[in-house]
Design a protein around this ligand. Structure first.
Ligand code: SAM
Length: 441
């Protein structure tokens, strides 16, 4: 095993005292893999039983993964039944406790585990802006939202300053899951021990302060901010929070408790690998003073005639799509028609790899339903659907065609969960699952 960096070990001994020995033992023990069931997939729990073990105490949808099983290789993964996520990483979104109807910002969001969890808590109501400044990682985040069937999220690719200039005092709740020195990864990814430097915590803390200051500008009065890291040192955790509170007297820590972990102190809670079945995690919950201005009612916008005609065509293919976007506004991005939740603020000028629910591509005299639409639907919400067993589903995911007695666009499902679209004609179901998502058998 790669040794822990000596200055890290010294600082942990000073921080933990008598608990240092069990802590160091835990870092050398195998880690417990976990997944989070996707609430947008009824039936996911039962379908996932071959892989799942006990519930993660602080996340009702979290399950530890049985040893010697590989849920990532199942077609259920492609169908968005679950997101494979380290158990302690489920704590920050639990601390945020997003409520249906809220407008939430996840400021450092890729690859999207916590955004998926927040979207699940919103249950399709209100809206989420999931942001990631790194373009390649923002694309990964967009793909996560698509696979999980999230319809009310805007994925942006921006720096916090760009967002703060657009969204002053806008959000009910903000998660800052900050880039950090990653000491909590020392067990799961031992190579990360080689990347750590003695100056890493101080350097990261300076960056975290800058991100938090922008988040503060975007939170509405009375809103809540959760700051989290997966590192152990105080500089990036409690010290970063107390320095933030000194700079922002309009914020106060807000205590909270997580089942199986305990109660926070001065708004700060730690998950330690020797105390819980999970890696290291820190989360702090802070409340901004004041109360929100009364929200303006969201009114449906005018829809132009051409779009109305296209929506009628879409309704014939997927009559249930409308149930997934509240008070939709429509946006044409190139030839892709997107439905945005009415709760989403104006975002013109920002880079946004995903805008709400991508419905369909508009061709001359035809429409082609988008893969994202398939991933948001249930079988009874499409005009036609076809169910495939595990072996057939894997073949479809590898790009093969299937037989079909029907004609036209068909939602392909496995255990009632979507895989993508097929288009049947002449007895053959042509496969429209995007090439970039194909698996190799
Ligand atoms: N919340 C994510 C999840 O649950 O999947 C993990 C986020 S990871 C700990 C931190 C992310 O912050 C990285 O994707 C990184 O690219 C991004 N990041 C780096 N610098 C940033 C900055 N200045 N502002 C916002 N995000 C930043």
């Amino acid at each position: 095993m790669i040794p822990l960096p000596a200055p890290f070990s010294d600082s942990m001994r000073a921080l933990l005292g008598d608990e240092a020995a069990p802590f160091f033992r835990a870092l050398e023990a195998p880690y417990a893999a976990a997944l989070r069931l996707n609430p947008f997939r009824p039936g996911a729990e039962e379908a996932s039983l071959p892989f799942t073990d006990e519930t993660v105490p602080w996340c009702p949808a979290g399950r530890y993964i049985r040893p010697d099983t590989r849920p990532g290789l199942s077609p259920l993964h492609a169908a968005g039944a679950y997101y494979i996520q380290e158990a302690s990483a489920m704590a920050p979104a639990a601390a945020l406790d997003a409520q249906p109807g809220e407008l939430v910002l996840d400021l450092c969001a890729a690859p999207g585990g916590k955004s998926g969890q927040i979207a699940g808590a919103l249950a399709g109501r209100g809206a989420l802006i999931a942001n990631e400044p790194d373009a390649a990682r923002a694309r990964l985040l967009a793909a996560t939202m698509e696979r999980l069937g999230v319809a009310n999220a805007l994925v942006t690719n921006a720096w916090p300053q760009e967002l703060a200039a657009r969204f002053p005092e806008t959000f009910d709740a903000i998660l800052v899951d900050a880039p950090c020195s990653g000491e909590g990864m020392f067990r799961r990814e031992p190579d990360s021990r080689l990347e750590w430097r003695e100056g890493s915590p101080a350097g990261c803390a300076a960056r975290q302060a800058g991100i938090l200051d922008q988040a503060a500008l975007m939170l509405r009065p009375g809103g809540r901010l959760v700051y989290s890291t997966c590192t152990f040192n105080r500089a990036e955790n409690e010290d970063t929070v107390s320095a933030f509170l000194d700079r922002h007297p309009d914020f106060a820590p807000e205590d909270f408790a997580l089942p199986g972990v305990g109660e926070s102190k001065e708004g700060c809670l730690r998950l330690w690998p020797h105390r819980v079945r999970g890696d290291g995690q820190f989360a702090a919950r802070l409340r901004k003073a004041g109360s929100p201005a009364p929200a303006a009612p969201i009114r449906p916008g005018r829809i132009d005639r051409d779009i109305q005609a296209r929506l009628a065509e879409l309704k014939a293919l997927a009559p249930g799509w409308e149930g997934h976007v509240e008070t939709p506004r429509f946006l044409l991005r190139g030839d892709v028609l997107c439905a945005l939740p009415g709760a989403l603020p104006e975002f013109t000028g920002l880079k946004a790899p995903r805008c709400g629910l991508h419905l369909c591509r508009l061709g001359r005299g035809y429409i082609e339903p988008d893969h994202a639409l398939a991933m948001a639907l249930r079988p009874n919400e499409a005009a036609r659907s076809a169910e495939f067993d595990e072996a057939q589903a894997l073949r479809l995911l590898s790009g093969e065609t299937a037989e079909s007695a029907f004609k036209g666009w068909t939602l392909l499902t496995h255990r009632g969960m979507p895989l993508g679209w097929g288009k049947a004609s002449g007895g053959v179901m042509k496969n429209h699952i995007p090439k970039g998502l194909r698996i190799h058998l």
